[in-house]
Design a protein around this ligand. Structure first.
Ligand SMILES: C[S@@+](CC[C@H](N)C(=O)[O-])C[C@H]1O[C@@H](n2cnc3c(N)ncnc32)[C@H](O)[C@@H]1O
Length: 413
């Protein structure tokens, strides 16, 4: 991943000034036909199955994309607007049980993404806990509550869950109540509050039960890219994410990596790229506006609405204006390579079935029937020294998940 060079920083600062000067021009230029999205994350999922292992908060829907009506989402968005289209899309998502999920072509990809979130959330809960014990969290774009168990495991005190999709918020609340009712008498579960709001347009602080609410962590998992339709929306989401953080609090999240997306697009002969698991389609190549740079993201088994490119150096600059300093930004690959050095994270990876068992004995049933999807694994074990089965992801799934990055900002005193 490219580091932000001085020149890049200067460019970003300059563009930001221009954007602030001409927000309306940019807004109208960039919002044509912009829809919401559903991230490739496969994030979103909620079932009872994370009783033991937090193994899936992904979008577990089994619906296939209707190829005959590919243009339909755009039309719909023109009529009802971007935010409502996103809400409608997520509201429609069905919850899927473990059995169905385990048969999914992207079972391991979803688990891998979920592991990434678990490790990230765990790390920042630990960092806060070194300073205080009563931890309050804002889950911005909580979906159906896929991360509730992570917050329970993190023994936080209070959680505010918010999402644009009202049915998702209801399902999240229901899931929390069920989780609470299953608690043993001496078991602790956080207090929770649920808010339906468009975080790119509504000011969340006016909706909290306590208007002076302060958070230690704002977690924004596979959500922030929806806001990059216009400067105002991206800035409002940042304000919601960071405005009520205590000094020393963290804004953490996962979002597609614009460098990776553009690199893959530029390497493609067409306006799209992908494989049998995911596909990304831009409107055109070579022109990447800072806001409203829309692309359609399709992930196997998921009907998507489009998302917007987030140019990370710009996000970093904008975050500074909200008193935030970057702690780190890592691609999913870098994050994995770093975190896997820790035995606990490695064990969690196994428990969450975040990698597919691969062996050459022909005894494993693989999610992909394309032999070249496992060439890398074959290569790795060919000297016979590796312990089998090897944990891996099919090449197609890896290509899909490696689009993402992990970020963390800290609120300055
Ligand atoms: C890919 S899902 C991720 C859900 C959850 N964070 C997870 O990781 O399981 C994206 C979520 O962002 C929500 N979202 C999109 N735009 C939003 C907005 N403007 N305000 C609040 N939530 C939004 C969607 O409704 C959806 O629940």
């Amino acid at each position: 991943m490219a580091e932000v060079t001085r020149t890049e920083e200067e460019q970003v600062e300059k563009s930001l000034e221009e954007v602030e000067k001409t927000p309306h021009a940019l807004e109208s230029a960039s919002s044509v036909g912009c829809e919401g999205n559903n991230s490739a994350s496969g994030a979103e999922q909620s079932t009872e199955n994370d009783k033991e292992v937090d193994s899936g908060d992904q979008d577990g829907r089994a619906k296939k994309r209707n190829l005959d009506s590919e243009d339909e989402p755009s039309k719909k968005v023109h009529v009802i607007g971007h935010g409502q289209a996103v809400a409608a899309h997520y509201n429609e998502l069905q919850e899927v049980g473990l059995e169905k999920r385990s048969q999914s072509r992207i079972f391991y990809l979803r688990n891998f993404n979920n592991w990434t979130k678990s490790v990230l959330i765990g790390e920042f809960i630990d960092r806060v806990r070194q300073k205080k014990s009563d931890i309050t969290v804002l889950d911005l774009g909580c979906g159906k509550g896929g991360d509730l168990l992570k917050w329970k495991k993190g023994r936080i005190k209070k959680l505010v869950c918010t999402d644009i999709a009202d049915i998702s918020v209801q399902q999240c609340k229901h899931r929390y109540e069920e989780m609470k009712s299953r608690c043993r008498y001496n078991e602790h579960i956080f207090d929770a509050e649920f808010i339906q709001a468009d975080s790119t347009k509504d000011l969340l602080s006016s909706k909290y039960n306590d208007p002076d609410m302060r958070f230690d962590i704002c977690s924004c998992q596979f959500v922030y890219h929806y806001s990059f339709e216009t400067y105002e929306q991206a800035d409002m989401m940042l304000k919601n994410a960071c405005g009520n953080l205590s000094p020393g609090g963290y804004f953490i999240g996962t979002t597609p990596n614009s460098f990776e997306l553009v690199k893959r697009l530029e390497a493609s002969e067409t306006n799209s790229f992908g494989n049998d698991v995911y596909n990304v389609k831009f409107e055109k190549k070579g022109d990447y506006p800072l806001f409203g740079c829309k692309y359609d993201f399709h992930l196997e088994e998921v009907v998507d609405v489009p998302e917007f490119l987030v140019y990370f150096p710009l996000l970093e600059e904008m975050a500074k204006k909200h008193g935030m300093k970057l702690v780190y930004k890592m691609t999913f690959r870098e994050f994995y390579e770093e975190k896997i050095k820790n035995e606990e994270h490695k064990m969690l990876l196994r428990r969450m079935q975040a990698l597919e068992p691969y062996s050459t004995h022909g005894d494993s049933r693989l999610v992909s029937d394309k032999p070249d999807d496992y060439e890398h694994a074959k290569e790795f074990i060919k000297d016979g020294k590796a312990k089998l089965p090897l944990g891996t992801l099919s090449k197609s799934e890896w290509e899909a998940t490696s689009i993402y990055l992990v970020f963390a900002f800290e609120k300055q005193p």
